[in-house]
Write a protein that binds this ligand. Structure first.
Ligand code: GDP
Ligand code: MG
Length: 240
């Protein structure tokens, strides 16, 4: 398998588009999925057990108790890097706000030599990128501040679809994250610290997704937006 995609799942039993994952692995034999159940309180675990029976490229890691998205992604990425022979590792939101057919495109950019490829939600003519207005503008403000803080011309830090070479995963995932929702910003800060600002500008690629749609049922609350500036400051202080 060339690529393993980690899918964090917290109370996803009603929202997970199971058939789309099955269809995808049936037609892409270079990609496998590792679903990480993160101490869900609904029957996500049994849903995932049944789903991962349907194809050998659908796999399961069960974590207890709930540790949050950042920790589930981190543990899943490290587990996959250690246990499977693969070239790339990715993480992907379970609601498929980013459609699975963007995976091969992101792999293609990694094949060109980028060792970190980030989904970019760029609202533009001709693309099917739809974000709720408030979230869009809050997101743009956040991304602008994050970009200034990181001193990197990054446009969208928070998209839930990102792909890495195995070496980058082994370099920037082992340490626990200090924030719960801003771990993507931490990943960029760690990358820059590990490889330097020049490499961060040259070897990370933001790939503009053709399609991205807000899916209802987000676990993000208003208070998470309010806390964001403080969390950003924590990151700035920790990684400078
Ligand atoms: N492991 C874990 N994953 C979570 C948690 N909360 C959300 N997620 C996952 O993170 C992804 C994105 O969550 P979502 O609620 O759609 O957030 P948003 O679209 O970014 O607002 C999904 O795959 C969720 O299952 C959590 O507490 N633990
Ligand atoms: Mg979502």
């Amino acid at each position: 398998m060339k690529t393993i995609v980690v899918v964090p799942c917290y109370n996803e039993s009603n929202r997970l588009p199971q058939d789309e994952f099955v269809r995808f692995v049936e037609s892409n034999d270079e990609v496998a999925f590792l679903f990480v159940n993160d101490g869900s309180r609904d029957n996500t675990l049994s849903v995932l057990q049944a789903l991962t029976e349907r194809h050998e490229h659908l796999m399961l890691l069960d974590l207890q108790p709930n540790g949050g998205k950042a920790e589930a992604v981190r543990k899943g990425m490290l587990y996959a890097a250690e246990h499977y022979d693969c070239q790339y590792l990715a993480f992907w939101d379970a609601d498929l706000a980013t459609p699975l057919n963007e995976i091969p495109q992101m792999i293609a950019w990694a094949d060109k030599g980028y060792n970190m490829v980030m989904g970019l939600r760029l609202m533009r003519l001709g693309a099917k990128v739809r974000r709720k207005t408030v979230r869009h503008y809050l997101g743009r403000c956040f991304a602008t501040v994050a970009s200034i803080m990181l001193d990197l011309p990054v446009y969208d830090t928070q998209c839930g679809a990102k792909l890495f070479s195995k070496q980058v995963v082994l370099d920037i995932f082992p340490e626990s994250f200090i924030t719960r929702w801003l771990f993507d910003v931490e990943l960029l800060a760690r990358y820059k610290k590990r490889y330097g600002p020049l490499k961060a500008r040259e070897n990370i690629y933001e790939y503009p997704l053709f399609k991205w749609e807000d899916v209802d049922g987000s676990r993000l609350k208003k208070k998470d937006f309010i806390k964001a500036p403080v969390e950003l400051l924590k990151i700035w202080n920790r990684y400078r």
